[in-house]
Design a protein around this ligand. Structure first.
Ligand code: ARG
Length: 458
């Protein structure tokens, strides 16, 4: 292991400790951010006369070369360096010699790593938000196509009332919309520029933090050097937004998994997203949906790891914080990947219209409509509920459905039932009548689609 300050042969204990303390294997991923941050820092050092402008130019040229090399081949070089910051500086020394040793003036790895992580989070938010939008667009398209398809809506996983399948799709649209907003909030608070905090207390050099912030595209400069090097709220917020997104995806996956079962049979997923069994020839397993559901656990794990990591740390930087990287990267990759798979899986899902329709027949999901009918005839809702409940109980006892009842039979429960009451048991009509704002009536669903499209800016 090589550090910037090591001299001579190492004892076994040193080798062990340094190997164990190294982060290069994973934080090399921050290399492009580290280099961009160093370029801005060097330019500032030159412009303020802290180093000679010619020295700054040499440093910047060397760093740009390192960035180009990385972009041409973004795989981790095999090195013995402790972390990405140490590696970049050593590589720069190889390229431009002694001048490289001036780059770290008025800087510490503490403010440097905070900068790199913030730049990473801002980029990761952009990637996830693009994937969220993609998923939302598919949901709106499917909602438009399926607005008039009626299926049982569930509470307690029991048939409750008929709903529009488009309405169901849009429920997820709004979940993802809140996720989008949460990521915007996380990005806003990641947008504080920490460089210039030094190790913790600031620096004796006449640095220009505003200039660095401008060059790197930050909204503002972190106002407290202690907070700047010890804050990881922005990582936790990012992961927390990711955890909620995964929870939403997991719920949708759970429904897709249930709905592909023989018992429901509401949907078929494209073959690409299912697998066969090595033993049972008839199986089509919804593997990808199950994987997304499973991966929600990883992201929750990342969140709990980070909260636990930070809760006992005295100000300011502590090495514990090196442990934030893998959780951060894991969440960024998992959330973005799952959203991408979900969008593709939903786009190709084939809803089984006959099964959806059959599921609303004879399921008593229009019992509320019978009660509502009586309310419109003047009966208090509680009494109307009692009447409808007795009808349902008797039907269940006789193995009959609401659709089977004649007008005379209905009237034996209440004289308020008229000819038009028979139509109340139609699931399509039941859904169509729920025209209250935000309700499931297909015409309201179409209003929602308009709103959703406005939200997407399309
Ligand atoms: N690899 C370290 C991390 O990720 C960089 C900061 C090291 N700073 C220090 N004082 N040891 O946290």
């Amino acid at each position: 292991m090589r550090t910037l300050w090591s001299h001579g042969e190492q004892r076994p204990a040193e080798v062990l400790a340094e190997e164990w303390g190294a982060s290069f294997a994973f934080d090399v991923r921050l290399l492009p951010y580290d280099v961009r941050g160093s370029i801005a820092h060097a330019r500032m050092l030159g412009a303020t006369g802290i180093i000679q402008p010619t020295e700054a130019d040499r440093i910047i040229a060397g760093l740009e070369e390192i960035l180009r090399e990385w972009e041409a081949n973004p795989s981790a070089p095999i090195t013995e360096y402790e972390d990405v910051h140490t590696y970049v500086e050593a590589r720069l020394t190889e390229k431009i010699g002694e001048t490289a040793r001036k780059l770290h003036t008025a800087r510490s790895r503490n403010d440097q790593v905070a900068l790199d992580a913030r730049l990473f989070v801002k980029d990761a938010v952009a990637g996830i938000q693009a994937a969220l939008r993609q998923c939302q667009r598919v949901l709106v398209e499917r909602a438009e196509e399926l607005a008039d398809v009626i299926l049982p809506g569930y509470t307690h996983l029991q048939h409750a009332q008929p709903i529009s399948l488009g309405h169901h799709m849009l429920a997820y649209f709004w979940m993802l919309e809140r996720d989008f907003q949460r990521f915007s909030g996380a990005r806003e608070r990641a947008d504080w520029m920490p460089l210039g905090a030094g190790a913790l207390a600031g620096t004796t050099f006449p640095i220009d933090r505003q200039r660095v912030a401008r060059e790197l595209g930050f909204a503002r400069v972190a106002p407290n050097s202690l907070d700047a090097v010890s804050d990881r709220d922005f990582v936790i917020e990012f992961v927390s937004a990711g955890a909620l997104t995964m929870m939403h995806l997991s719920r949708l996956c759970e429904e897709l998994i249930l709905w592909t079962s023989r018992e429901f049979g509401f949907v078929c997923l494209e073959d690409a997203f299912t697998t066969g069994s090595s033993m049972m020839p008839q199986k089509r397993n919804p593997d990808l949906a199950e994987l997304i559901r499973g991966k929600s656990g990883r992201v929750y794990g990342d969140l709990v790891a980070l909260l636990t990591l930070m809760k006992g740390l005295p100000l300011t930087y502590n090495k514990d914080m090196q442990e934030d990287k893998e959780a951060l990267f894991d969440t960024a990759d998992t959330v973005r990947g799952c959203l991408t798979v979900m969008a593709a899986m939903l786009r190709g899902a084939r809803f089984q219209l006959d099964r959806l329709q059959a599921a609303t027949r004879g399921d008593f999901s229009t019992a509320t409509d019978l009660a509502d009918y009586l309310v419109r005839q003047g009966l208090p809702f509680r009494d109307a509920h009692d009447v409808a409940r007795r009808i349902v109980m008797d039907c269940l006892g006789q193995g009959r459905a609401l659709e089977d009842l004649s007008l005379a039979e209905l009237q034996s429960y209440s004289p308020l039932f008229g000819e038009d009451a028979l139509a109340e048991v139609s699931p399509e009509r039941s859904a169509a009548r729920r025209t209250s704002e935000g309700g499931t009536a297909p015409e309201r669903v179409r209003d929602q689609i308009t709103l959703a499209r406005e939200t997407l800016g399309a």
